[in-house]
Design a protein around this ligand. Structure first.
Ligand code: NAD
Length: 258
C-alpha cells in the first residue's frame, strides 16, 4: 500500500502497547483510526483521539457490530491490524492448564481469523488494502515455557502467509509482525485475562513506538515479515537448518519427491 494518508485503519488491542503505538503512527500519517479493545478503562483513557470500540476479538458474533460502528465513523476499512493478545502463562505444556491454552488460541489465532473474515472480503472486492497480523519472535523458533503462545503465533504466521498468497492477486497485502521483547502492558493484560492480581512495574524491551515505525515501513513496502530484533537471526536460522536437515534423512532423497 503506497499511501497511508486518508486510509481507515482498524486496530485490535489498540488501547495499549504496540497496538496503541501503531494507532498513533498511522494517525500521524493522516489515516483515520478505529481502535478496538476489550478493556473499557483503557479505551476511556484514549480521550477521543481515535474512534474507540469495545470488542472481544474472540467473540465472533460481536465483529459485525464493530465493523458497522467503524464504517459509520470512517467508511470502509483499508488497513486491518490483528494485534490483540495476551502473554504466555509460562508453564510447560505437559503441566499447562487447558483453559490457558484454549484462551490463547481463541484470542490470538481464532480472534485474528475473525478479523480477516470480517474485513478481508471488502478489501478484496475493492481491490486494495493491507492486513498486519501481530505474531511474535516466538512464532519463528521454539522457546520452552512459551508453548501455547508459540503455537498460536506460529499458526498466525502460517495463516498470514496463506492469506498473502490468496489476496495478492486482488491487490491486498498481508504482513506478519514478529516483534521481540517490547515494553508494554502485556503482563498486566495477561493477569487480567487470567483473573490474577496485576503485577506492578513495566516490562523490559524496546519502545513500542520503534515497532510501530517498522509497521509503517512494512505496510508501505508490503513486507511479508516485519521484524524488530536482528539479534534473533541465528536462532531462526538454527530452526530453519533443523527443518531443512529433515529432508536429508529421507532415504535416497533427491528432493524431487517432496
Ligand atoms: P498490551 O497488553 O500492552 O496490549 C494488548 C492489548 O490487547 C491490551 O489493550 C488488551 O486489553 C488487548 N486485548 C487482549 N485480549 C483482547 C481481546 N480478546 N479482545 C480485544 N482486545 C484484547 O501488550 P502488547 O505487548 O502491546 O501486545 C500486543 C501484541 O503484541 C500481542 O499480540 C502480543 O502477543 C504481541 N507481542 C508482544 C511482545 C512484547 O514483548 N510486548 C512481543 C511479541 C509480540
Amino acid at each position: 500500500m503506497q499511501t497511508i494518508e486518508g486510509r481507515h485503519a482498524f486496530i485490535t488491542g489498540g488501547a495499549s502497547g504496540i497496538g496503541l503505538a501503531i494507532a498513533r503512527a498511522l494517525l500521524a500519517r493522516g489515516a483515520s483510526v478505529t481502535v478496538a479493545d476489550w478493556d473499557q478503562a483503557r479505551l476511556d483513557a484514549l480521550a477521543g483521539a481515535f474512534h474507540a470500540i469495545r470488542l472481544d476479538v474472540s467473540n465472533r458474533a460481536a465483529w459485525g457490530d464493530a465493523r458497522a460502528s467503524a464504517e459509520a465513523a470512517h467508511g470502509p476499512v483499508d488497513i486491518l491490524c490483528n494485534n490483540a493478545g495476551i502473554g504466555p502463562c509460562r508453564t510447560e505444556l505437559t503441566d499447562m492448564d487447558p483453559a490457558a491454552f484454549d484462551r490463547m488460541i481463541a484470542i490470538k489465532l481464532t480472534g485474528s481469523f475473525n478479523g480477516v473474515r470480517c474485513f478481508a472480503p471488502g478489501m478484496r472486492a475493492r481491490g486494495a488494502g493491507h492486513v498486519v497480523n501481530t505474531a511474535s519472535m516466538a512464532a519463528l523458533y521454539p522457546q520452552a515455557r512459551l508453548g501455547e503462545y508459540g503455537a498460536a503465533k506460529a499458526g498466525l504466521a502460517m495463516l498470514s502467509e496463506v492469506l498473502r498468497l490468496e489476496l495478492a492477486p486482488h491487490g491486498v497485502g498481508v504482513s506478519v509482525l514478529c516483534p521481540g521483547l517490547t515494553s508494554t502492558g502485556l503482563p498486566q493484560t495477561s493477569a487480567r485475562a487470567a483473573g490474577r492480581p496485576e503485577p506492578e512495574g513495566t516490562m523490559p524491551g524496546i519502545d513500542a513506538a520503534v515497532v510501530a515505525e517498522r509497521v509503517i515501513a512494512g505496510i508501505r513496502g508490503d513486507w511479508p515479515y516485519i521484524l524488530t530484533h536482528g539479534e534473533r537471526r541465528d536462532a531462526v536460522a538454527a530452526r530453519a537448518h533443523t527443518l531443512l536437515g529433515a529432508f536429508d534423512l529421507i532415504p535416497d532423497s533427491t528432493g524431487a519427491s517432496a
